[in-house]
Design a protein around this ligand. Sequence first.
Ligand SMILES: Nc1ncnc2c1ncn2[C@@H]1O[C@H](COP(=O)(O)OP(=O)(O)OP(=O)(O)O)[C@@H](O)[C@H]1O
Length: 247
Amino acid sequence: MKATPPAIALQAVTKRYQNRPVVDNLSLTIAPGETLVLLGTSGCGKTTTLQLMNRLIDADAGTVLINGVDVQQQLPHDLRRHIGYVIQDAGLFPHYSVAQNIAVVPRLLQWDTARITQRTHELLTLLRLPDTILDRLPDALSGGQRQRVGLARALAADPPIILMDEPFGALDPITRDDIRRELKELEVFRQKTVVLVTHDVREAFILGDRIVLMDAGRIVQTGTPDLFRQQPATPFVSRFLKASGEG
Ligand SMILES: Nc1ncnc2c1ncn2[C@@H]1O[C@H](COP(=O)(O)OP(=O)(O)OP(=O)(O)O)[C@@H](O)[C@H]1O
């Protein structure tokens, strides 16, 4: 029997801007079903690393594989239909209603209206959203509701991989804590391969099966939250954890 390939693999990947590597010879594998958190200070290359995974940007060197297939052999739009993407403040289309936002990928996949309606209602229930918001524009939602709609949109076609870039960054601390907790408890979230970018150590410890701490485009330490607590690999790691009150 053939072994299952990693859901995502980066092999010696480099991305340069103005001749400066912002992702520097980085290698990383993510198992199916794993929640991996990319953690690090502002500008260390987390977002760039994430965007290499769904071909929002292309690497200058190295290989990115999704389920064992080089992303260069896949069309960006095909790839993105199979990889959900959630960004800060949800990134909803402002002139689309909530219903239209949630239906973006199902429409691309040419689902019929009945199937889209059924899926939309399932997602509203899953994410504890009232169906009274379906006709509203994103502007007429609270930040927490917008973020939930962003999640619903990313989950709509049930992609096996979800990429999340500072998904809770725009929320107040209480709403952020609530949504984090709810997300962690969702069965669907547990089953999926999730890569989450954050600079928030607490968030990384709550949500991550494994954490990758980056600095200047490189990996400083990889491991479970417990490993980070018990064996910070370098003084940089200790300082990073201490600065957030988790060290
Ligand atoms: N399109 C671009 N052109 C030039 N430089 C860029 C571009 N995108 C990112 N950079 C630079 O690459 C570096 C890494 O950026 P990246 O967004 O990946 O960092 P990050 O760790 O996600 O930071 P943050 O937490 O602030 O979002 C930064 O110095 C940034 O200024």
